[in-house]
Design a protein around this ligand. Structure first.
Ligand SMILES: Nc1ncnc2c1ncn2[C@@H]1O[C@H](COP(=O)(O)OP(=O)(O)OP(=O)(O)O)[C@@H](O)[C@H]1O
Ligand SMILES: [Mg+2]
Length: 260
C-alpha cells in the first residue's frame, strides 16, 4: 500500500478537492484505494456517502490509539474510507499528551497493510501540527497543493521544514518523498497564474522537488460537485477539473512507473 498525503497548512487551497479527486481517479483506473479523512470538515467522508459518523469509529479514534484502521474502515464509492470526525479539532492537544504523538496514524494503518489496497490517500487539515505530522510519518509521498498566489511560495518553506524534521529523525520517516507541488485553481487568463507556472519549477527545484506538469484549472463544476458532496467525475465528467485530475493521475503513475 502506497500512502500519499495532500498537505498545506494554508486553508482552502484545495487539499480536499485534490485528495478526493485523486482517490477517485485512481479507483477509476482500477486501483484499490482507501482515503483517510483527517480534515475535520469531513467533506471526503460526506462525498463517500456518510452524512455523519454517529456510532462509527473514526480517524479520531485511530489518532488516539483507541481503534485500528481495520476497526475503522468503511466502504466508499471509490473503495474505502477511514471516516473523518469533527473531534479531530481536539486531537492536537490530546496528541501532545501521548508518549508517541507522531506515530499514531502509521501504527493504526499497519492493521490494513494486508488488505490489498494499492493506495491510501490522506486529506490533511490546514495546519502543520500533530495531525498533519502524523500524516507525514505515515506517508510515502507528500503532494503539496498550492494556489497561484505569492503566499503559497512564502508558506512553502514551513512545509519543507516539517518534512525535513520528519525525514531527519530515523524513528519517524527517513524515506518520506516530497513528491511535488500541485498547482490548483489555475487560470491561463490570469497574469499571476502564468507567472507562478513559470516561477514554480525553479522554486520547487531549490527545495529538491518539482512542480507537477499537470495544473488543475479553476473550475466552477468542481466547486459545485464538492458542495453537493459528489465526485467531480460523477457530477461533471467532462469538466476541466475532471480532465485535469485524470491527467494528474496519469502523471503521478508515470512517475511511479505504473502508468497503463
Ligand atoms: N480547481 C478548483 N476550481 C474551483 N473551485 C475549487 C477548486 N479547488 C477547490 N475549489 C473550491 O475551493 C474551496 C476550498 O477547497 P478545499 O475544501 O478542497 O480546500 P482545502 O485546502 O481542503 O481547505 P481546508 O484547508 O479548509 O481543508 C471549496 O469550495 C472547493 O470546492
Ligand atoms: Mg480540506
Amino acid at each position: 500500500m502506497r500512502t500519499v498525503a495532500f498537505v498545506n497548512h494554508k486553508g482552502g487551497v484545495g487539499k480536499t478537492a485534490c485528495s478526493l479527486s485523486f482517490a477517485e481517479g485512481l479507483a477509476r483506473k482500477g486501483f484499490k484505494v482507501v482515503l483517510a479523512d483527517l480534515d475535520q470538515q469531513m467533506n471526503a467522508t460526506q462525498c463517500a456517502g456518510y452524512r455523519d459518523t454517529e456510532g462509527k469509529n473514526t480517524v479520531y479514534d485511530m489518532l488516539m490509539g483507541a481503534k485500528t484502521a481495520a476497526e475503522t474502515i468503511q466502504d466508499a464509492p471509490f473503495g474505502a474510507i477511514l471516516p473523518g470526525d469533527v473531534l479531530v479539532a481536539d486531537a492536537e492537544a490530546e496528541l501532545s499528551r501521548l508518549d508517541t504523538p507522531l506515530m499514531m496514524l502509521k501504527d493504526s494503518l499497519e492493521s490494513i497493510e494486508s488488505y490489498g489496497y494499492d493506495y491510501c490517500i490522506i486529506d490533511c487539515p490546514p495546519s502543520l501540527g500533530y495531525v498533519t505530522r502524523n500524516a507525514m510519518v505515515a506517508a510515502d509521498d507528500l503532494v503539496v497543493v498550492v494556489q497561484p498566489d505569492e503566499a503559497s511560495v512564502t508558506g512553502f518553506a514551513r512545509i519543507w521544514e516539517a518534512c525535513e524534521r520528519t525525514r531527519s529523525n530515523r524513528h519517524l520517516n527517513p524515506s518520506l518523498n516530497l513528491s511535488g507541488i500541485l498547482l490548483n485553481g489555475f487560470d491561463w487568463n490570469r497574469r499571476l497564474s502564468k507567472r507562478m507556472a513559470c516561477e514554480l519549477p525553479g522554486f520547487a527545484a531549490e527545495f529538491g522537488t518539482r512542480l507537477f506538469n499537470t495544473k488543475i484549472r479553476s473550475c466552477e463544476a468542481l466547486r459545485q460537485a464538492q458542495a453537493s458532496s459528489k465526485s467531480v467525475f460523477e457530477y461533471a465528467p467532462a469538466c476541466n477539473a475532471a480532465v485535469d485530475f485524470s491527467e494528474f493521475v496519469e502523471e503521478y503513475l508515470e512517475g511511479e512507473g505504473r502508468a497503463a
